[in-house]
Write a protein that binds this ligand. Structure first.
Ligand code: ZN
Length: 471
């Protein structure tokens, strides 16, 4: 029998607010253990939580970005369970009435993955296992989270990969989280079941907890899909349970049998007021959201003639996209500027962090001036490239590298004499070339490019040299 994969994701995202959700402690990552703490986030008796307004605003931003409706009134509830990383023995979350609900995220093939809800809640502390000891660090306790719960609309690991990727890009883009999976600021629980192809009822699902890489998610799902199919093939039954994925063995193992909502004894947190956000405020937040990356990307393709790959690269990170937005408004051919940003500027960054930070010494204005010189034909492509490199190295302005004389393109006569000089001063290369060594031409070309300070167009010089050498 052929089986179909059915998956839904619960994605936890740490919000990048300055302070925690119910106290003034910093949310900064790492730090000496237990130094970002106070009586509230370590659950001391009598300490009272006060909701951080920013968390609600960020939650609304996330909701709007994935087409959710926002509840003007929602509630904070206690989810009761006992674990050493949870000092109060309950987590403050949202249960029956979350901040956002009924949204969707659209994949590139147009398929809409339903978002059931987004709620705000607090993160737990972190357990550190050291030989026989287990240590607890509460720095993370009380860091604000949103949990984005999708419907089980995902039917392949490719769809899951794209869903997670898009969600991450989107949440980074609107500036509510850095979504660093390796640092745990974005983590996924994957609900997975299988059913015979053609069947519409859902099979029994298992949940794989706390996945923090896309490749891990894909491997875990592949393994779990196979495992469930094998059990059904043999006529067995899937147990509803919570699993852990072991990166080393590539297998899932049971953590505990899955608890139902009733096990958590949810009830309203009596220490906190209901969460109210007015229609006006929701509209203000909507108006302040940037145009979303997929919308921008489509526009770049449609209006500027960029390839979809180029558009995706430019909209992958907010700062890069904003830089391009501002430049594209003032140049005639944004497509050329796009190629320079991707090739010359973006090419310098190696890590995700660097790309996200997009720290460069060239201002949008300076970059635009350079692009204009290129458009007017005052400088050629090669010189523009070299100048941009220098500007990025030193932070100096265009005018410092391109004086009036240098701005004039090199004349044909000047170029001819430079080529002749190249032949005169490199007799060995000339002989080698005539013997059939194509590579010898590079030495001659290099000479002319140096002489012209990079102003000559390499392909043009190469042609000229070939003609002279054949005379
Ligand atoms: Zn605190």
């Amino acid at each position: 029998m052929r089986y179909e994969l059915v998956a839904g994701l619960e994605t936890h995202i740490e919000l990048s607010t300055e302070s925690k959700i119910f106290c003034g402690c910093t949310t900064r990552f790492a730090g000496e253990p237990n130094t970002h703490c106070c009586p509230v986030c370590t659950g001391q008796p009598g300490a009272l939580p006060v909701l951080n307004r920013r968390v609600v605003e960020y939650g609304v931003m996330a909701g709007l970005a994935v087409n959710c409706s926002i509840n003007e009134l929602s509630f904070m509830d206690r989810k009761n369970y006992s674990y050493p990383d949870l000092p109060k023995a309950y987590q403050i979350s949202q249960f029956d009435i979350p901040l956002c609900q009924d949204g969707y995220l659209e994949l590139s093939d147009g398929k809409r993955i339903g978002i059931e809800r987004i709620h705000i809640e607090e993160d737990a502390g972190k357990l550190i296992h050291r030989q026989e000891d287990i240590l607890i660090d509460y720095n993370r306790a009380g860091v604000p989270l949103i949990e984005i719960v999708s419907h089980p609309h995902l039917n392949s690991t490719e769809q899951v990969r794209e869903y997670v990727d898009k969600l991450r890009q989107l949440m980074r883009f609107i500036g509510i989280s850095d979504c660093r999976m390796q640092e745990g600021s974005m983590r996924c629980d994957v609900n997975i079941s299988v059913r015979p192809v053609g069947e519409t009822a859902l099979g029994t699902r298992t949940e794989i907890k706390n996945m923090n890489s896309i490749s891990g998610i894909v491997r875990a799902m592949d393994y779990e899909f196979e495992r469930q199919c094998r059990i059904l093939e043999r006529g067995g039954k899937i147990l509803q349970e919570t699993l852990r994925f072991d990166e080393a063995t590539g297998q899932t193992t049971p953590m505990r049998s899955k608890e139902a909502d009733k096990d958590y004894r949810f009830f309203r947190d009596p220490d906190l007021l209901p969460v109210y956000i007015s229609k006006e405020e929701i509209e203000r937040i909507r108006a302040e959201l940037p145009q979303l990356p997929f919308v921008r990307a489509q526009r770049y393709v449609r209006e500027y003639g960029l390839s979809p790959e180029e558009a995706a690269q430019l909209t992958g990170y907010r700062r890069v996209s904003d830089f391009f937005e501002n430049v594209s408004g003032s140049v005639r051919t944004p497509a050329i500027a796009a190629k320079f940003i991707i090739g010359q500027i973006f090419g310098r960054f190696r890590t995700e962090k660097e790309k996200e930070a997009f720290e460069i010494k060239v201002s949008e204005e300076e970059f635009t001036s350079l692009m204009k010189l290129l458009e007017e034909g005052t400088i050629n492509h090669n010189l523009a490239k070299i100048t941009l490199e220098k500007m990025m190295d030193t932070g100096a302005s265009v005018s410092q590298f391109l004086d009036k004389d240098a701005l004039k393109c090199i004349s044909e006569e000047e170029l001819d004499s430079m080529c002749r000089r190249a032949l005169e001063t490199n007799p060995k290369a000339v002989i080698d070339y005539k013997k059939g060594k194509e590579k010898a031409l590079m030495a001659l070309l290099g000479y002319v490019m140096r002489e012209s300070n990079g102003k000559a167009e390499a392909s043009h010089v190469r042609e000229k040299l070939r003609v002279m050498l054949s005379e």
